[in-house]
Design a protein around this ligand. Structure first.
Ligand SMILES: Cc1cc2nc3c(=O)[nH]c(=O)nc-3n(C[C@H](O)[C@H](O)[C@H](O)COP(=O)(O)OP(=O)(O)OC[C@H]3O[C@@H](n4cnc5c(N)ncnc54)[C@H](O)[C@@H]3O)c2cc1C
Length: 255
């Protein structure tokens, strides 16, 4: 009998894990607490080793068509606005078939993965279904959903993010620490490449206030513009926790 696998969370990790299991012939149920994938700005850069994995799963062509291919990345000095170093993924040619990164918003990977999963007969998609409890013994794993449904699986994969319910139910520690800085993430049509001369992935170093700039392409928008920038900044000494994000289409933002 095919293994029954429950996957909790339809972020990029859960969706990709679900596709990998389903392609191996497993019986997959994917639980996602929200009814729709969260569009808040988060990951924007996907590196060569991940691109190799997406290619193996047959997802790369579509994923790449939704993003920008970026071969170079740069480090800048914020105070003097001068280029410190430029790195070229091209030196990896021969090591990887993808000597570049793809820049796009992470929700596009989740959404294209969900579209793919919807076509697979051995997959059940449970959007809007939160997992509230989980217990395991040597034989199987029992999952409870917020609707008090009880389901049994051979395996459960917890992909439910930093505050994972699966992790807490299994009493697994969250190792590491939270950086004591508050980030501002904004999306703008302001063209940093034209203004600064930087490349589509640029890290601006500064002891007081650093910034990362990522260009990515806009799709499915009525705005007559094909690309936008993600600007992620933090100021030293600002010790509030968490991430604040905002989106703007104004073109007057400054670097
Ligand atoms: C501003 C910012 C920029 C970033 N930039 C990058 C980058 O450039 N490159 C990079 O690699 N990473 C980046 N990251 C990190 C990246 O976003 C995360 O590593 C990634 O989201 C983790 O994916 P995930 O699928 O594990 O979890 P998540 O994306 O957090 O998804 C978890 C999912 O589980 C669902 N869920 C939670 N609890 C339950 C439950 N009980 N039952 C059912 N569903 C549940 C949630 O609704 C959510 O959809 C960035 C993060 C931030 C905040």
């Amino acid at each position: 009998m095919a293994a029954r696998v429950g996957i909790v969370g339809a972020g990029p990790v859960g969706v990709v894990a679900a596709i990998a299991c389903a392609r191996k012939g497993m019986q997959v149920a994917l639980f996602e607490a929200e009814r729709e994938i969260d569009h808040s700005p988060r990951a924007a850069t996907t590196h060569p080793s991940t691109l190799e994995m997406l290619a193996e799963l047959g997802l790369l062509e579509e994923f790449q068509s939704l993003g920008l291919v970026a071969r170079y990345f740069q480090f800048w000095d914020g105070a003097t606005k001068t280029l410190v170093a430029e790195f070229d993924h091209g030196v990896l040619r021969g090591e990887t078939p993808y000597p570049f990164v793809v820049q796009t918003e992470q929700h596009k990977l989740s959404e294209l993965g969900l579209r793919r999963l919807a076509t697979m007969p051995n997959v059940e998609l449970r959007l809007g279904t939160s997992v509230t409890d989980l217990a395991q013994d040597a034989k199987d794993v029992r999952v409870t959903t917020q609707g008090a449904e009880r389901l049994v699986f051979d395996y459960v994969i917890g992909c439910d993010g930093g505050r994972s319910t699966v992790r807490k139910c299994l009493d697994i520690e969250f190792e590491g620490y939270t950086w004591p800085e508050r980030f501002l993430v904004l999306t703008t049509l302001f063209d940093f490449q034209a203004a600064l001369g930087c490349c589509p992935r640029s890290y601006i170093s500064d002891p007081e206030e650093w910034t990362n700039l990522f260009k990515w392409s806009r799709t499915g928008t009525s705005i007559a513009c094909t690309s936008a920038w993600r600007n992620l900044s933090a100021r030293a000494g600002c010790s509030l926790r968490g991430t604040q994000h905002t989106s703007t289409t104004r073109s007057g933002a400054s670097a």
